[in-house]
Ligand binder design. Structure first.
Ligand code: SAM
Length: 295
């Protein structure tokens, strides 16, 4: 007996739906996403790719994925290629996600750093793949609760992501009530201001202290990194799972020259450090590593 999937395949369709989507279309899209962002898409993601991009085809008035692929592969399709990337990346995040990392930061990392900052030193933290900003702002709240005047010192959090829409959301720093669920009431009152979303929903806007401390920049983890200095902690969580193993290992190694001696690396709950970086990153708690090399 021939199954629906086999019938679809024989008709050249990879996924049943309004637009013709073939295995060749999938391969072309996967190759572009891999080249642009390092994201490894396998064919079991075909339905997801279809459903996320069907909206783009509709809004562009295109009839097939073949036409869409031709558009995004060409010079005229550079903007749409960015939209395709944004549609296919997963931006799920929340305030104080994986709370043990913020507890570790508070207990084991920040006390000496904040003391040094009060004496004129600098503190640098990087949220690499920050999505819409909840991760770097959670770091900022953690710091501000320990040192309420932290924004007046040389304490900076760099927040980067490949997706310009996410960088814009982070810069705006306005979160509706559902999105601030992970922030306790006291912190909301202290570090956020009551606001509204563009749709008029009740929301909270990050306050001035957090704005001073967090800087948002576009950055592709598989591209060039323009930063010069080193960091005391790097959060790189829930992004490398989308990359193949060789890319993951390369990224862990690339972090090392950006880490001060003793700096921490926080990674996602389902991730692990692999490759040569393992030699210089020692486990220091759940999905937390300490850099043992450096100066
Ligand atoms: C699931 S979110 C993780 C957000 C946050 N780190 C957390 O754990 O809650 C993954 C983020 O990685 C970003 N991303 C995907 N590929 C990237 C790349 N090559 N360079 C930088 N960011 C990337 C996506 O845009 C998305 O915002």
């Amino acid at each position: 007996m021939i199954g629906v999937q086999d019938q679809n395949r024989s008709a050249g369709r990879l996924v049943e739906g309004e637009f013709l989507f073939t295995a060749e279309d999938f391969r072309r899209i996967a190759a572009m996403i891999h080249a642009d962002a390092g994201i490894a898409l396998t064919e079991n993601k075909a339905t997801l790719v279809y459903s996320r991009l069907a909206k783009r085809l509709r809004s562009l008035g295109l009839q097939s994925f073949k036409d869409y692929c031709s558009l995004v592969a060409g010079q005229d399709g550079l903007d749409e290629r960015q939209q395709m990337l944004a549609a296919l990346t997963t931006n799920v995040t929340r305030f104080f996600r994986e709370p043990h990392h913020f507890e570790h930061l508070k207990q084991s990392v920040l006390p000496p750093l904040l003391d040094a900052a009060k004496r004129g030193g600098k503190v640098r933290i990087w949220s690499a793949a920050c999505s819409s900003g909840q991760e770097p702002y959670s770091v900022a709240v953690t710091i501000l609760n320990m040192m309420p005047d932290a924004a007046e010192y040389d304490i900076k959090i760099l927040a980067t992501d490949i997706d310009p829409n996410m960088i814009q959301s982070g810069r705006e720093g306005v979160y509706n009530q559902d999105l601030v669920a992970g922030v306790n009431r006291e912190d909301l009152t202290r570090w956020f201001q009551p606001s509204q979303t563009s749709r008029g929903e009740k929301a909270y806007r990050v306050g001035e202290a957090m704005r001073t401390m967090v800087a948002f920049r576009e950055l592709n983890l598989i591209g060039d990194w323009p930063m010069k200095g080193r960091f005391d902690a790097i959060f790189c969580r829930n992004v490398v799972i989308y990359f193949e193993e060789a890319t993951q290992s390369r990224i862990w190694s690339r972090f090392l020259p950006y880490m001060n001696k003793g700096a921490r690396l926080y990674i996602g709950h389902s991730e692990r450090v692999t490759g040569p970086a393992v030699q210089q990153l020692t486990g220091d708690g759940l999905t937390t590593y300490q850099y043992t090399g450096g100066v």
